[in-house]
Ligand binder design. Structure first.
Ligand code: SF4
Ligand code: SF4
Length: 484
């Protein structure tokens, strides 16, 4: 298939996207194909990038010896191995029954009722495609949803560069709760999930600037440009992730109320699963090929046996990001990483500026943490750590300490203080989350939080409030107007 010559006929925005998903590199493209041009392309596979009813307008060819297919045929090819049951069974940890029912009702139910044929209806209209949860969509439906989605003014390249591995072995292009579909899940085979059709469709949603598989209500990182750019981005040349984020082990020495209700260290069964994930990463060579490796998006990097093992292996990446709660960041653990990487960057999540709040939110001794932060700051001062960032997840119990936290961070000479919105990872009920998050419907902050954030200290260049950007803009309109 790689050496097959392909001619794509159709819209200049649609054709390259189809070629990207199908991984066709050797292709020509024309907007219309007339009978006179046919002889030129006799040895090509001709793909009309439109459905049958429209394809006649693009190419009115009667020669039956030619190898011509339309978007309908391509959709059938994409769906040929699709199994709704297998897909539903693979979704972990729980199948949200409402979403499952939505697909069943929309797809199988209607068809059964209408003509009794035991098959799945394939949705093609954008109206329905937008309603279906991506997890329950067939590959062809996903392709159509992304292919025809309108570009936005969002600027983000995470889906093209990143790959995050979670505890179930899913590979994600961005944080698990921000993007709606993983690239795939590590199974028994050693297949290249990063370049699978599903992965390409997910990446395409960024390359065509639609971000239609992202959940923008939860997204922290996206920047916005002034105008909508219609152009497709150049296709990425990397066939393995440039930034690998390993977030597979939830083991941690703390139990923060925002994250979990009890301490968790993986048991033997979980350990076997994590062993298989590590083996996959090593087999694919991603730990060596990635420009940077981030440990650990979940759990504590110096507490988890798996992360410690990864740090002990001879991984050849040059840059490492260590995400830690800082409580175990001491000389003994520093010895695991020192002199191993060209560049070590450290991000410490703290979430408090006083001992009482730290005890409440983290259950640990604040003074012990300060000692470790002093140690980290010395490593930064001597150039052993290249970049140092503190993270603060804003919530009801700590929002009054935001300004103090900036002052504390400046004492430790950090490069950046990042304030993040509280996320509900399943530890809160909806009601608890609403009370604790200080976020209101339609992207407003509560008045208390908005007032705290008016302190000029938040204009300091080290302060990063990107996660709150749309909330601050909306709240300014609401509260400042009333003040006037
Ligand atoms: S969810 Fe946000 S940060 Fe993630 S890929 Fe989409 S736009 Fe980028
Ligand atoms: S330190 Fe991080 S991983 Fe550990 S319990 Fe707290 S939020 Fe969760």
């Amino acid at each position: 298939m790689m050496n097959e010559k392909i001619l794509l006929v159709g819209d200049a925005r649609i054709c390259p996207q189809v070629a990207y998903v199908m991984d066709w590199q050797n292709y020509a493209m024309v907007e219309r194909l007339s009978a006179d041009d046919v002889s030129k392309y006799a040895d090509h596979k001709i793909v009309i990038c439109a459905f049958k009813r429209k394809s006649k307008k693009l190419a009115s060819i009667k020669d039956k010896t030619l190898n011509i297919i339309s978007l309908d045929d391509l959709c059938c090819e994409l769906d040929k191995d699709y199994s709704f049951k297998a897909q539903a069974a693979a979704i972990e940890p729980k199948v949200p029954w409402k979403k499952l029912a939505q697909r069943v009702i929309l797809s199988r139910g209607i068809i059964w009722l209408v003509n009794g044929v035991r098959q799945h209806l394939t949705f093609r209209r954008q109206f329905w495609l937008k309603k279906l949860p991506p997890k329950f969509m067939k590959p062809s439906e996903l392709l159509l949803r992304v292919l025809y989605a309108a570009p936005t003014n969002i600027a983000c390249d995470r889906l093209e560069r990143n790959c995050l591995v979670d505890e179930a072995g899913n590979l994600w292009g961005c944080c698990t709760n921000m993007v709606r579909l993983p690239f795939g899940r590590i199974g028994n085979g050693g297949e290249d999930l990063y370049n699978s059709r599903q992965a390409r469709i997910v990446k395409l949603s960024s390359l065509n600037r639609s971000y239609c598989l992202c959940d923008m209500r939860r997204c922290f990182y996206a920047q916005y440009t002034d105008q909508v750019n219609q152009e497709l981005k150049p296709w990425p040349s990397n066939r393995s992730p440039l930034a690998l984020e390993v977030a597979m082990d939830p083991s941690c020495n703390l139990k923060c109320p925002s994250c979990r209700r009890k301490f968790h260290t993986v048991n033997e069964t979980e350990q076997n699963k994590l062993g298989a994930i590590t083996a996959y990463l090593q087999q694919q060579g991603w730990l060596d090929q990635a420009e940077s490796v981030t440990l650990a998006g979940m759990g504590e990097v110096f507490y988890s046996r798996n992360y410690r093992d990864l740090l002990a292996t001879d991984c050849k990446t040059k840059t490492v990001y260590l995400l830690s709660n800082g409580t175990l960041f001491n000389q003994a653990n520093w010895n695991l990483v020192k002199n191993k990487f060209d560049e070590i960057n450290v991000e410490i999540s703290v979430d408090a500026a006083t001992p009482a709040t730290y005890q409440k939110l983290r259950g640990w001794d604040f003074n012990q943490l300060l000692k470790n932060l002093t140690f980290i700051s010395e490593l930064k001062a001597t150039g052993k750590i290249k970049y140092l960032q503190f993270i603060f997840v804003v919530q009801k119990d700590n929002y009054r300490e935001l300004a103090d936290f900036v002052r504390l961070s400046k004492r430790f000479k950090v490069d950046r203080v990042q304030f993040l919105r509280l996320n509900n990872w399943g530890a809160f009920t909806r009601r608890e989350y609403r009370q604790k998050s200080l976020l209101l419907k339609n992207k407003y902050l509560t008045r208390e939080l908005y007032t705290v954030l008016q302190d000029p200290i938040f204009n300091d260049p080290i302060v990063d409030l990107t996660a709150f950007a749309p909330y601050l803009t909306n709240s300014a309109k609401r509260y400042d107007k009333r003040h006037k």
